[in-house]
Structures are given as C-alpha cells and as structure tokens.
Write a protein that binds this ligand. Structure first.
Ligand code: KIV
Length: 264
C-alpha cells in the first residue's frame, strides 16, 4: 500500500462481533490493544490487563476477522517480567493468530526489539506517548513538542529500525515530529494522533464509535454515538417490560399440540 501511495486504516478490537464488522468494513489492520483494560474492563490504567486476557481476545478477533493484519499488544505484565517472558508472550500471540506484536519502547528496548524480530516475530515499536508509563490520569500528554523532543523521537525511531522493528507506532506527537520520523526511517509508521504524514492511522474503536464513559482524545474522529443508541434501546426495553408490551405474542413460542387433560 505504501508503494501505491495508499494509507492504511487500523483500529483496536476486543471482541468477535467488532472484528467481524471491521472485516466487512475493510479495516486493514486490527490491534488487540492493552487499552482493553481501561475501555472494556474499567481499570484506571493499561497496566492491569493480563496476557491471558489479550490472548483469549486475540483468538476471538482472528475468528471474526481472518483478513486484517492482526497485532497483539505486549502487556505490562510481560514487560515487567523480563525478555524471556516477552519472547514467550510474543510466540503465544502468534499461536493465537496474530501477525505481529507491538511493544512500548524506551531507548533501551532496542535490544528486546532485536530479540523478538530475530525470533521471526514482526515487532512494532510504540514510541511517543507510552500509556504503560503513565500512572496518573493527567499523565496522558502529547510528546516531542519541542526541537529536543523531536530529535530524541527521531533518534529512537532510527534505533528501533536498526534493531529490526518492522513498523513504528507513534502516539500523541505533533505532525512535524511524525513527519520527521517518516523521513528518517524506511519502515511503516502508523500514527495515533500523529498528523497526516504517517503511512496509516489507528484509534481506539470505542472512542471512534462514541462508546464508553471516556472523553476521547482530540485526535479521534468520533463517527457514531453508540452510547446514545445503546442507552435509548435499553430504556425502551425497560419501558416495554414495565408497560406489559414485552413479551408479546410475536416473542412467544406456540404449543405444537395441546394434550387435553394433561393437567389432570
Ligand atoms: O492499546 C492500544 O489501544 C494502543 C493504541 C492507543 C495504539 O496501544
């Protein structure tokens, strides 16, 4: 797609029906993101989600979406347990149906990216804002907003490419910083709030669909109001039961035959 000058669309997916919808809609890539811990499970950070939950979901997403390039997100649990835990988790993601793994990277993680890619597992280095490093709700801030930050981002991007990363994901940086990264590397760059020059773009699906309590970051295109749709349907359900309209004859099974005297 890059060679044809086409941009790719990536979304997060945390379940089978959403994956099916993404497949039908022609979404090119899906990420089983650790944001699931916050968005679906209600945790206050992305750190709590266990690898086992991500693997279970990755399998379901693959069942729903056979075509998209599927990425498993390396959870904090594995990152905090050392390189061999990360390598084992990366293999488990592949077994679950993923094509690649994404790893939130500080500069010293170049070695880890090298180990994963030498093991034959495409590794995506997540740079810029790294949610696993955020421990307070006001910690979600744009990165690389000055010259020094931009240079640092470009340097780490180059380092990850040299180490063997097959793609970069840069989150919450100004378009100028993303453009500098795109010029500095030849691998694909996917942006998450990183301006138009990236090769593809990703947002959290629930944010894009207007689903859930969180106010989405400013870079998210909110294209639906599923909170509104779900709440209104649930209110109608409650009202239909209260008013005796549900269940009606159309929701009820009929008897095949009535045996006279069955109750005697
Ligand atoms: O887990 C996730 O959803 C992510 C995206 C924000 C890129 O890492």
């Amino acid at each position: 797609m890059k060679q044809r000058g086409e941009k790719f669309a990536m979304l997060t997916a945390y379940d089978y029906p959403t994956a099916r919808a993404a497949q039908v809609a022609g979404v090119h890539s899906l990420l089983v993101g650790d944001s699931m811990g916050m968005v679906v499970l209600g945790h206050s950070s992305t750190r709590e989600i266990p690898l086992s939950a991500l693997l279970l979901v990755a399998e379901a997403v693959r069942r729903g979406a056979p075509s998209p390039f599927l990425i498993g997100d390396m959870p904090f649990e594995a990152m905090a347990s050392g390189d061999s835990a990360v390598l084992a988790a990366a293999h488990a993601f592949l077994t679950a149906g993923c094509d690649a793994v994404k790893i939130e990277c500080e500069p010293h993680h170049a070695e880890l990216i090298g180990k994963v890619s030498r093991a034959g597992i495409p590794a995506i280095a997540h740079l810029g804002l790294r949610p696993q490093a955020v421990t307070t709700s006001d910690g979600y801030r744009a990165q690389a907003r000055d010259d020094a930050g931009l240079r640092e981002l470009v340097a780490i991007a180059r380092r990850m490419e040299q180490a063997g990363a097959s793609m970069l994901l840069i989150e919450a940086v100004p378009p100028e910083a993303a453009e500098a990264v795109c010029r500095a590397v030849s691998i694909l760059v996917v942006g998450c709030g990183a301006g138009p020059s990236c090769d593809g773009h990703v947002v959290v699906t629930h944010d894009m669909l207007g689903l859930g309590p969180a106010k989405p970051p400013k870079f998210v295109p909110v294209l639906a109001d599923l909170n509104g749709a779900i709440e209104s349907a649930m209110k109608r359900y409650v009202a239909a039961i209260a008013g005796g309209e549900y269940p009606g004859p159309q929701h009820s099974y009929s008897m095949r035959s009535i045996t006279h005297g069955a109750n005697r």
